[in-house]
Write a new protein. Structure first.
Lengths: 113, 112
């Protein structure tokens, strides 16, 4: 079963607007990661937040983590057409070997010019 | 793309035939993974490796086997392909535990 579930499944916004995607998970985690996938391509790592962190920034990206609610959010500010992609959250579990990740089904983001 | 090469990139095969997908890395990372991606399921872990000759099962390992005889190569074998194994397969690598993973470009496999 999926550990992470993204919400919404699809999001369509205008260029310049902010995009917020949410992720919920079921069990304790070591970290939570966000990845982007452009159509037909591999996944690209965006940001990793550890279980003892609450917020992290990287450029136009802001990730929050609430372990008490088992949820995370990804905010993309001032979106661009090039941000159009699928976004996945993935959880790294305690005791997991290496970076074994459990993925959600993703949010399809469309940024209209 | 973090020095990961998957081959082939596309393959069409018949039901019942064996298929081997290859993942090659130039990063000398310890951990390697095979995932499959299907609509409505996101990515699911098939098998992973934590060193040469050290492998373990993931979430959806039935019908698949793997081998890692060198640090840089991780092979995924479908002993007898079935239509349910039609999917896009991604290889990933990672360094120390609980760090980011780097993904290959994927192999689109169609079993007819």
């Amino acid at each position: 079963s999926q550990q992470g579930e993204e919400d919404p499944q699809a999001l369509s916004i205008q260029e310049g607007e902010n995009a917020t995607m949410n992720c919920s998970y079921k069990t304790s985690i070591n970290n939570l990661q966000w990845y982007r996938q452009n159509s037909g391509r591999g996944l690209v790592h965006l940001i990793l937040i550890r279980s003892n962190e609450r917020e992290k920034h990287s450029g136009r990206l802001r990730v929050t983590l609430d372990t008490s609610k088992k949820s995370s959010s990804l905010l993309i500010t001032a979106s661009r057409a090039a941000d159009t992609a699928s976004y996945f959250c993935a959880t790294g579990l305690p005791g997991a070997s290496g970076s074994r990740l459990t993925f959600g089904e993703g949010t399809q983001l469309t940024v209209n010019p | 793309d973090a020095g990961i090469t998957q081959s082939p990139r596309h393959k069409v095969t018949e039901t019942g035939t064996p298929v081997t997908l290859r993942c090659h890395q130039t990063e000398n990372h310890r951990y390697m993974y095979w995932y499959r991606q299907d609509p409505g399921h996101g990515l699911r872990l098939i098998h992973y490796s934590y060193g040469v000759k050290d492998t373990d099962k993931g979430e959806v390992s039935d019908g698949y086997s793997v081998s890692r005889s060198k640090t840089e190569d991780f092979l995924l074998t479908l002993e007898s392909a079935t239509s349910s194994q039609t999917s896009v397969y991604f290889c990933a690598i990672s360094g120390p535990p609980n760090t980011e993973a780097f993904f290959g470009q994927g192999t689109r496999l169609t079993v007819v």
